[in-house]
Design a protein around this ligand. Sequence first.
Ligand SMILES: Cc1cc2nc3c(=O)[nH]c(=O)nc-3n(C[C@H](O)[C@H](O)[C@H](O)COP(=O)(O)O)c2cc1C
Length: 308
Amino acid sequence: MQLYGVDPATVGAAVRILVEEDRADHIDLNFGCPVPKVTRRGGGAALPWKLDLFTGIVQTAVREASKGGIPLTIKMRKGIDEDHLTFLEAGRIARDSGVAAVALHGRTASQYYSGTADWSAIAELRNALPDIPVLGNGDIWSAEDAVRMVRETGVDGVVIGRGCQGRPWLFGDLMNAFEGSAERHQPGLGQVAETVYRHAELLVDAFGSEMMGLRDIRKHMAWYFKGYVVGGELRARLATVPTLEVLRGLLAELDADSPYPGADAEGPRGRAGSPKKTSLPEHWLQSRRLNEAQQADISAAELDVSGG
Ligand SMILES: Cc1cc2nc3c(=O)[nH]c(=O)nc-3n(C[C@H](O)[C@H](O)[C@H](O)COP(=O)(O)O)c2cc1C
């Protein structure tokens, strides 16, 4: 379970609920979100800049999680921008607070998902924290990328982002690669179609609503069929599919014998966005500690922010 929050008391209470109700085997705190509605209230990737607030949240979360023996980890970015890097200090604070691992996405908040991730920052963090597991994240599109990240940075593990969009089998490929096997899952179009249908069924189950489940599966279509031979008109109808029954019919129109297209199905996928100045609370960058007004805003923000 991943949590996002800007107030130590609220995050602590959330972790306590998860532990007491036995709802998670592992809890992660999200300090990587670059979205304006989150950062302009001091959350996500903006938060580690405030050392007192970051320390308070991580210490409280670790304390509550440890009561149930649940590992607490954090995920973060390099910083707000290249002039306001936070990852080394935040990593040390998290280590000193007792986290089970630290994950670093090698981009700043203002980079969004654009450009290439800076794996050298991941290596730097790995070297700075020799005593806890460090996980690397950014631009892993294949099992080979994951193996290369481990080799180049020395990380203990990797975190997959956009690389698994439309490729849930990437995780199996990673397991094979790390076990030294050259076997990779390279599905033909028929197998992709079956996976899309199963994914849609699971979404319908998860949402408890066919309409909601189908609305969600639409955005996955371009990812699943990237590189495969699918006509433009059929792609358009898949991207607006209303029901499981219609989905079944559309998938039946695909050439199930069409083979894995190779390189066309691989490489970057998902949105990159473009770099933009990160929205922050007023005077956020002036000091590494919260001033009184920011302290008051943080408490109020907790009342009306949802998501991360
Ligand atoms: C649409 C989208 C939603 C995301 N949501 C989350 C999230 O809820 N929590 C999180 O830690 N990271 C989230 N991420 C970030 C990814 O986990 C990852 O850090 C980022 O995409 C960089 O890895 P990549 O270059 O391999 O995609 C999200 C990314 C995208 C594109």
